[in-house]
Design a protein around this ligand. Structure first.
Ligand code: 7TS
Length: 410
């Protein structure tokens, strides 16, 4: 879906998203809340319908045709994810309900290994999913949570990050891309530094996966977590990738069916990866839907996607610069997809409300990053976040609507 010139064919992409073609209060929908969740292309909707109309059955039970077919599609989905993130092998791909559960599996295991005197390092730009989990793991284990600061422009203070690493650092957790600011972290370099002091590293990839190539081996982390719904896939499905040698002895998360080897009334032993971390009937349709999303996404030209998102961002930043009374929050040199801002003298929630009346969907509030908002000294922000199907005309529509909001609220 690129023009011969290598430019993303946004019209043909939009045509595949049924939800985008509607009016809100008589105004065309302009969906700019992609960091919260992305819309789903017809290919994903069809894969879910096909599963439920052709082969719905439980997996790994193998007694009949439907179960065999469901298992084939479900395990093919795992191969698809493994290829997409360049996993070492398919056993490293664990299905979860989303980024939040993925991080909880790791933090829960780590809480059993940490002890007083150990340190866990996160950053000031964490989503609560990658902060509260580690805070609680530290509280349970007696370890100390350290927080690497950001600079005023929203980039990570990498010097301070380096200084905080030492032989007590047992775990480092940080986002690939900040959901509130759009800052892209240099995850490969930071992982290498963390590994050099012997720490395990988790990258929160919730916002990282939908913008281009993710190669977990190249990053050099031990864990990478993401959600299907931010990658054009269904809600309720996500992935925990972990290096095989790290995952294979990881403390089990939930217990029950599917994850065991042998069970007696007295004790149980655990199965092999990845099933040992996947208790119970999984989200089969979700996994199949996520694979359809990845197939769809990887059919696009990655360079063209990145060029398109850069162009949207450049236009948004240029119009924001020229807008009196609008302050952009987060100006890291390396950022993607997110324009967080404050319209001076107004509350973000009021701005969001007025934009909604004009058909424009953005998110307002603390973006599940309350300590970050405090660090930036703002109550919250309004956030427009862009995806492959957004157009430059939609960016223009955002700023026209913002002028209106300013005149109504000012
Ligand atoms: N980490 C980051 C960086 C996120 O952006 C989010 C969700 C999560 C973790 C949690 O993902 P979940 O799928 O498990 O909920 N971020 C947002 C957001 O920015 N607006 O709504 C959800």
């Amino acid at each position: 879906m690129t023009h011969s010139s290598g430019v993303l064919d946004v019209d043909s992409i939009r045509a595949q998203f049924p939800i985008l073609h509607q009016q809100i209060d008589g105004k065309p929908l302009v969906y700019l809340d992609n960091a919260a969740t992305t819309q789903k292309p017809q290919a994903v909707i069809q894969a879910l319908t096909d599963f439920y109309t052709q082969c719905n059955a439980n997996v790994h039970r193998g007694a009949h045709h439907l179960s065999d077919e469901a298992t084939r599609r479900y395990e093919r989905a795992r191969d698809c994810v493994a290829g997409f993130i360049h996993a070492g092998n398919r056993k490293e791909v664990v299905w979860t309900s989303g980024t939040t559960e993925s991080i909880n599996i790791v933090a829960n295991g780590m809480a059993q290994r940490l002890q007083s005197g150990d340190e866990v390092l996160v950053t000031q730009m964490e989503h609560h999913a990658n902060l509260v989990t580690w805070q609680q793991a530290c509280l349970r284990s007696g370890a100390t949570l350290k927080v690497a600061p950001i600079l005023d422009n929203g980039a990570l203070d990498t010097d301070a990050f380096t200084e905080l690493l030492n032989e007590k650092t047992k775990f480092v957790a940080l986002p690939h891309v900040s959901n509130a600011l759009g800052t892209i972290n240099p995850v490969k370099a930071l992982s290498a530094q963390a590994k050099s002091v012997g720490a395990l590293v988790l990258i929160d990839g919730a916002q990282g996966v939908a913008h281009g190539n993710v190669n977990v081996c190249d990053i050099g982390c031990d864990f990478y977590a993401f959600s299907g719904h931010k990658l054009f896939g269904p809600t309720g499905i996500g992935v925990l990738w972990g290096k095989e040698e790290v995952l294979q002895n990881w403390p089990v998360w939930q217990t029950g069916g599917e994850m065991i080897a042998k069970v007696t009334y007295e004790c149980s032993t655990w199965g092999e990866l990845p099933n040992r971390l996947e208790a119970g009937t999984p989200n089969i349709a979700g996994a199949i839907g996520l694979a359809a999303a990845i197939d769809w996404f990887t059919g696009l030209d990655c360079d063209a996607i990145q060029a398109h998102e850069k162009a949207l961002m450049a236009s948004a930043l240029e119009q924001a610069d020229a807008f009196d009374g609008l302050k952009v929050i987060g100006n890291a040199p390396n950022k993607i997809g997110v324009l967080s801002f404050i319209l001076q003298g107004t509350h973000p929630a009021d701005v969001g409300f007025i934009l909604d009346r004009q058909g424009i969907a953005i998110r307002t509030g603390d973006h599940c990053a309350q300590p970050l908002m405090r660090r930036l000294d703002v109550p919250g922000t309004a956030r427009a976040s862009f995806s492959v199907y957004n157009t430059l005309a939609e960016v223009d529509a955002l700023f026209v609507a913002l002028k209106k909001a300013q005149s109504m609220l000012g």
